[in-house]
Design a protein around this ligand. Structure first.
Ligand SMILES: *[C@@H]1O[C@H](CO)[C@@H](O)[C@H](O)[C@H]1NC(C)=O
Ligand SMILES: *[C@@H]1O[C@H](CO)[C@@H](O)[C@H](O)[C@H]1NC(C)=O
Length: 209
């Protein structure tokens, strides 16, 4: 009867472990390590560490993309630290675009709260999965794949996006190419885009070389 004994041992061990590790609220006074923030002393943790009111307001939409991004990542919302999830508010003006980008190691689930959103992603075999979403629709954007969202209507649109990461990194395709100092000649040779177009886009995005 080795199995029941092991099971009882496991239960005892795991419940005492859980009691110590219920959460790891971010301690912003200590430096951030590769695995996230260190844990605030549990004696100093309050209900406020698990509540964030910052998403009540729209992010700033005065930018090229006409989109306001307002994140609730571990850096803004201390209770998320170590739990592997987060939420972002994205406000789209008419004509607003979330340009082609990807999140390394984080899938994204978007919920359209207001207006109409056109969203899509491109799989590694170059199949395009594209949809016009209305209020209440949710759409999944699998991890590591290029995707975008844009306002598909003539009124402002609002979506919330959740990630299975408390700090999803983002790489924007256009910024990587045209806001960087990768030489124009090399960009042309490695993308088939002509140099005049690259120079124009570097001017727009602020890239050099
Ligand atoms: C955390 O709580 C301890 C004990 O209540 C207190 O002495 C300490 O000052 C607190 N630390 C912070 C950063 O609030
Ligand atoms: C929004 O962003 C623009 C451009 O960066 C800036 O000029 C403006 O002050 C910002 N507005 C607010 C309310 O922060």
């Amino acid at each position: 009867m080795i199995l029941p004994i092991f099971f009882i041992f496991f239960l005892t061990f795991s419940s005492s472990y859980a009691a110590v590790q219920d959460f790891c609220v971010a301690d912003y006074t200590a430096p951030q390590g590769p695995a996230g923030y260190s844990c605030k002393n549990p004696a100093n943790v309050t209900a406020d560490d698990f509540v964030y009111s910052g998403l009540a307001v729209a992010g700033n939409t005065s930018n090229l993309n006409k989109v306001g991004i307002n994140p609730a990542f571990a850096g803004q919302f201390p209770g998320l630290n170590g739990l592997g999830l987060s939420l972002v508010r994205a406000d789209f003006e008419v004509g607003g675009v979330g340009p082609l980008h990807l999140h390394h190691g984080a899938s994204e689930l978007i919920l359209v709260v207001q207006g109409t959103i056109i969203a899509g992603f491109i799989a590694t075999d170059n199949t395009v999965y594209l949809k016009t979403l209305k209020q209440g629709d949710i759409m999944l954007l699998p991890q590591g794949l290029l995707h975008f969202q844009k306002n598909g209507g003539d009124t402002p649109a609002l979506l919330f996006a959740s990630f299975n990461s408390e700090n999803p990194g983002v790489q924007l395709l256009e910024n990587a190419l045209f806001q960087s100092d990768l030489p124009t000649e090399l960009i042309s040779q490695t993308t088939s885009i002509d140099t005049a177009e690259i120079k124009k886009l570097k001017g727009l995005f602020g890239g050099t070389n």
